[in-house]
Write a protein that binds this ligand. Structure first.
Ligand SMILES: [Ca+2]
Length: 293
């Protein structure tokens, strides 16, 4: 059989394509192996940075608690915390990573309390992936024991649900949450006011805390539509016995507007940045702090 110039070129091009595909696939496998190794090292060495961001009562500036944020070390595989947690959420290591984060969060908060006993009764907001709620070891009371070992009470712990898209069956999830609540834990949802999923979460899970998304908070004093939406959520929260936290407050104007609207609690750079030490928040009186996530 003889090849014409055209079919010879096609063969060559197909061969090059197959070669490129094989290289691409090998590179993917290699990158995946590096990510997996980094994750295993992360779990083993617990080399994350734990930060505390204050949450205050807007009416009097009293710090009522802290959101605990665990930041993984930056690497080429995980250039930021979002990339890291996105990968973790899809990996088989989600339970191990979350557990490690939870333990570190409580351990490091306990260290802060040692240094500053005023924090002894502060609320501790722990970010938690919904898949973890179904983790058998979580259900068996591991977290409850951990909380008590560090001298905290379950009612101080607020489980802040992240990645709500991961909730598949809201009815079942609400029943699981009931179990934790019966142990004393409380529940917060963040990003309230964004998307259908967030409304479904509010209605089905009836959280004790609702975090008004920064999208609504940003420039709210000059945005009547954002104020109307926030007012609706505030009404809903009041009727449901849910406490509202304004998230991402970056200016004194946003702070004052939310306070005047009746938002009880707030968090954001204008109040206090995430820091390695648990530092109480303050009522902002200064110029806007802009341009930071
Ligand atoms: Ca959060």
């Amino acid at each position: 059989m003889s090849w014409g110039p055209r079919s010879w070129k096609q063969e060559l091009s197909a061969w090059i394509c197959a070669g490129r595909e094989a290289v691409r696939r090998r590179r993917e496998l290699y990158e995946e192996a590096v990510r997996r190794r980094e994750l295993e090292r992360f779990i083993r060495d617990r080399n994350m940075v734990t930060l505390f961001q204050p949450i205050i009562r807007l009416a009097d500036g009293e710090t009522i608690g802290f959101e605990v944020l665990n930041r993984p070390p930056v690497s080429s595989s995980f250039p930021n915390a979002e990339a890291f947690y996105h990968y973790v959420g899809q990996s088989s290591q989600v339970f191990a990573v979350e557990r490690s984060c939870r333990e570190m969060a409580l351990c490091r908060f306990a260290e802060q309390v040692e240094a500053m006993s005023d924090l002894r009764n502060a609320l501790i907001f722990l970010n938690i992936h919904p898949h973890v709620i179904s983790d058998p070891s979580f259900r068996a009371g591991h977290t409850l024991r951990l909380v008590q070992d560090y001298g905290f009470t379950p009612s101080q712990i607020v489980l802040e649900l992240t990645e709500r898209g991961a909730i598949e069956d809201y009815g079942r999830f609400a029943r699981l949450l009931y179990h934790y609540r019966s142990q004393g834990f409380r529940v917060a949802v963040d990003d309230a006011g964004t998307g259908y999923n967030s409304l479904q979460t509010l209605v089905c899970l009836q959280p004790e805390f609702l975090k008004l998304d920064r999208f609504l908070v940003r420039g709210i004093a000059d945005n009547p539509a954002a104020r109307r939406m926030a007012a609706l959520l505030l009404d809903y929260a009041r009727e449901s016995g849910t406490r509202v936290i304004g998230e991402g407050i970056e200016t004194a104007e946003e702070f004052a507007c939310l306070r005047d609207m009746g938002v009880e609690l707030g968090q954001g750079y204008a109040i206090g940045r995430p820091a390695p030490r648990a530092i109480c928040g303050r009522v902002p009186t200064t110029k806007p702090v802009r341009g930071l996530a």
